[in-house]
Design a protein around this ligand. Structure first.
Ligand SMILES: C[S@@+](CC[C@H](N)C(=O)[O-])C[C@H]1O[C@@H](n2cnc3c(N)ncnc32)[C@H](O)[C@@H]1O
Length: 273
């Protein structure tokens, strides 16, 4: 018996042979839902770039700020794509602290992440998790958690926080979600790039090639294109720590911060005259 792979948080049938982004990220954030091969990749990434855990923590802090911002804008439903393994400050925790009836659907294709989310959400009638490939927009939008919990005729907060760079073709996917969302909905994302020093070493992408989750860093213009059909809210496209920081002291040099971050709002159609 292998104590680690037989742990009760690992669902039957999960492919543990290759490291996964969900479990590597969990390790970088100090979580306990990762295995030796995931830790090995995380350590290789840290050897290339000691700041990699800092990038992950700032990304997670961005996620929490964005959810609070969207709640302030009146959003009460969230679709969290590539939600990962639950960790401190999950979307439903932040949202339901403000509105206990806020609805949240988590989507991930990594079985450990989904099994753990399902466990955590037991007894919560307003949040659910679905195992699906986020690029299969039809399957996600028609899944029972989405149709039962979310009302797509009303504004949604669509979260794609460190999701886009795992997708080889990304514009069409984001456009399909945009078309399904009501005006007044928001898209919030972070995205890996080689534009800034911290993660631009090609060994980062090379290292991720040994995992289930290849990465595709994109340039500023390529990331901006993901907001097609959305209007970026202030301060526009910036980096995760610098998007509406809680304290000015939290501002970080983009070269060190590393991930593009932004939020866009789907406008109402212009009135025809
Ligand atoms: C680094 S984690 C981010 C977790 C969370 N969004 C956050 O920012 O804190 C990226 C997640 O995206 C998931 N992912 C990558 N590609 C995906 C896809 N095509 N469909 C669904 N999930 C995907 C991975 O399994 C992983 O859990």
């Amino acid at each position: 018996m292998n104590e680690e792979t037989d742990a009760d948080w690992i669902p039957a049938g999960a492919d543990l042979s290759r490291p996964s982004a969900a479990r590597i990220y969990d390790y970088l954030l100090g979580g306990a839902h990762n295995l030796a091969p995931d830790r090995e990749v995380a350590r290789r990434l840290e050897a290339i770039q000691p700041q990699v855990a800092g990038v992950a923590r700032r990304n997670r802090a961005f996620l929490r700020r964005v959810v609070r911002f969207l709640l302030e804008q009146g959003v009460r439903q969230f679709l969290d794509l590539g939600s990962g393994i639950p960790t401190v400050g999950n979307v439903h925790e932040v949202a339901q602290e403000v509105d206990p009836e806020a609805k949240v659907v988590y989507v991930d294709y990594e079985p450990v992440a989904v099994a753990h989310s399902v466990m955590l959400l037991k007894g919560n009638p307003h949040a659910a998790a679905v195992e699906a490939d986020a690029t299969d927009t039809g399957a996600v939008l028609k899944s029972a958690p989405v149709t039962e919990l979310l009302d797509l005729s009303r504004p949604i907060g669509l979260l794609a926080i460190t999701l886009g760079h795992y997708l080889p073709e990304v514009r069409g996917v984001f456009a399909a979600y945009r078309d399904a969302l009501a005006p007044g909905s928001y898209l919030a994302l972070t995205h890996l790039t080689n534009d800034f020093a911290v993660l631009s070493d090609p060994r980062v992408a090379e290292t991720m090639r040994s995992t289930q989750d290849n990465i595709y860093p994109r340039t500023k213009d390529e990331v901006l294109a993901l907001f097609d059909g959305f209007e970026l809210v202030e301060p526009g496209l910036t980096t995760s720590a610098n998007w509406r920081p809680d304290r000015l002291a939290a501002v970080v040099d983009p070269e060190a911060d590393g991930l593009y971050a932004g939020v866009g709002r789907k406008p109402h159609a212009a009135l025809q005259t």
